[in-house]
Write a new protein. Structure first.
Length: 542
């Protein structure tokens, strides 16, 4: 690896003003040893004498900081950190085993001493290097490397949001089915970052690290799935129709047409919201993704609008349409009856415990009530169901597939409701679909809300302090799955927004208690025995 021509010692630079040449060690000190450590410029510098010349580098391994002076030097210039076997070519500067680059310093021999240039690279160059290395670390989902490069980016005065902008642009075509929780979660991580004290650099780095890590995980080893390059003149109705027909190529072409007309997300948001609410679909993800895409563009700027919209349109084109399955067959008739009733009163109790068909009929019967009134009632029902989730369902191993249910089934009822309020407030003619789809969540989950729970037991004394503590815990959440930490974050974001929106509304107390119980209950994510039993039963009946 060191088959390079022998290099002469570096000549003194013609213009030293931009450099910081420091005398490190007399040559005599290296006569009996091939290495030494010198403290200079506030750092530890390892100096090596090899058959190819003298080299100086940071004594701390860029992996975890172990002293490289205690490493092994072989083949004249290959330095091995003996703690984790990372290897560096001192001559070329290449990292041969490992990820991070070792900081090396130009060396020259002058008056019997080893001198080194310890000057920092220009900030712009350090920022660009950190951004490039984040890109390569993402390819391997090297979480620790991403964190270290974010630290280098911060210390160089760079903008961590630029790493996200580049990641979205670079990786948007690696999402086979379009937008994922990586984008949705990033929206809420950035909202949390924005309200975190700027002095808490570590906490603020967490928000970017989790976002980048999620993007890396969701695209790990994924090939490119290129978006269609065709451009069709934009028409909002045609876009809705193309998505309804699951024609991704045409949907993308129409979206590109919107950008050719410089309409931006503002011109796309209404048809995308219509498409997301055209069905009770994708377990609420579609509408949530529309909301989070807009909010993410607001956080990162217009430069990410096109890749995020292309991802969103792809996900809408692939979305499953649950209202087409028998369980939700009463959705369309209820939607057709909307606005034709004259019932002028409603309460939460009118809807609790009803199955899907009865609940949707009850909502339609009260469809002339103000949408916000119905919204608060249905939010309360979904929160009631969540509070009363019977945990035995997530522990069962002998249930049919149709009864595979867990906490995330209930959290989606809240995060979807939050998206309904945001998007239907912007586009009021879509309230009917949004409210009835909230009913689909409530009716489906009602069958699993059988636990006897005292509301008072789970009510936090100070709601704002409760949310503050819950958000604070996310900086060290300990969840190995991005999907779990993301759902906790999205739930807290939605729940706090809804509580603040109507702190005296019928949903407020149920919402607080439900979220509190969720945060303090087990969350079973892997069902080994249940999966084996259901699979055996399935194949036996093929």
């Amino acid at each position: 690896m060191c088959e390079h021509p022998r290099r002469e010692p570096l000549l003194p630079p013609k213009n030293c003003s931009a450099m910081s040449w420091t005398q490190l060690v007399p040559l005599a000190k290296l006569a009996a040893s091939d290495r030494t450590v010198v403290k200079a410029g506030g750092r530890q510098i390892a100096v090596f004498r090899t058959a190819r010349g003298f080299y100086a580098c940071n004594n701390r391994c860029p992996h975890e900081g172990y002293p490289l002076a205690e490493g092994s030097l072989s083949d004249g210039c290959i330095l091995t950190c003996n703690w984790h076997n990372w290897k560096f070519d001192l001559e070329s500067g290449a990292t041969l085993v490992g990820g991070d680059t070792l900081r090396r310093y130009p060396v020259e021999i002058r008056d019997g001493h080893v001198w080194a240039d310890l000057s920092e690279l220009p900030a712009a160059e350090r920022i660009e290097r950190a951004l490039d290395r984040i890109r390569s670390a993402l390819d391997e989902h090297a979480y620790d490397r991403i964190a270290r490069e974010l630290g280098r980016l911060e210390l160089a005065g760079g903008d961590p949001l630029e790493a996200l902008r580049r990641t979205i642009t670079d990786r948007c075509e690696r999402f086979e089915f379009g937008t994922s929780h990586a984008a949705a979660g990033t929206t809420d991580w950035l909202a949390l970052r924005a309200r975190t004290d700027p002095e808490r650099v570590d906490a603020r780095v967490v928000t970017i690290l989790e976002s980048l890590g999620h993007f890396a995980w969701d695209t790990l080893r994924e090939r490119l799935y290129p978006f269609a390059e065709t451009v069709i003149e934009f028409d909002p109705d045609e876009l809705v129709n193309a998505i309804e027909a699951e024609d991704e190529e045409r949907s993308i072409a129409l979206t590109r047409g919107a950008f050719a007309q410089r309409l931006g997300f503002a011109g796309l948001e209404r048809p995308l919201t219509r498409a997301a609410l055209a069905h009770y679909q994708d377990f609420g993800h579609s509408l949530i993704y529309v909301l989070k895409t807009r909010q993410l563009i607001e956080r990162l700027g217009a430069g990410v609008t096109e890749p995020l919209c292309l991802m969103l349109v792809r996900s809408l084109s692939f979305a499953s349409r649950e209202d087409l399955i028998p369980e939700f067959k009463s959705y369309r008739p209820a939607l057709a009856r909307w606005g034709k009733s004259e019932t002028s009163q409603a309460s939460v109790e009118d809807f609790i415990g009803l199955d899907i068909a009865d609940l949707l009929a009850a909502i339609a019967d009260r469809s002339t009530l103000p949408p916000e009134t119905l919204y608060q009632i249905l939010l309360a029902v979904n929160a009631f169901n969540m509070l009363h989730f019977d945990l035995s369902y997530q522990s069962r191993t002998n249930n049919p597939v149709a009864q595979n249910v867990g906490w995330l089934d209930f959290t989606h009822g809240i995060t979807f409701a939050n998206a309904v309020r945001h998007q239907c407030t912007r586009f009021p003619d879509l309230w009917a679909a949004g409210l009835l789809q909230m009913g689909c969540f409530a009716g489906r989950n009602a069958r699993y809300a059988r636990a006897r729970i005292a509301l008072e037991h789970w009510l936090p004394e100070d709601p704002e302090q409760f949310f503050e503590s819950a958000f604070e815990s996310l900086f060290d959440h300990g969840q190995p799955e991005y999907i779990v930490s993301c759902h906790i974050l999205k739930l807290l974001t939605a729940a706090q927004e809804e509580y603040r929106h109507a702190p005296e509304g019928p949903a407020a107390l149920w919402l607080l208690a439900a979220v509190n119980r969720f945060l303090n209950s087990p969350l079973k994510r892997k069902h080994t025995l249940r999966t084996a039993r259901q699979s055996i039963e399935f194949v036996a009946n093929e």
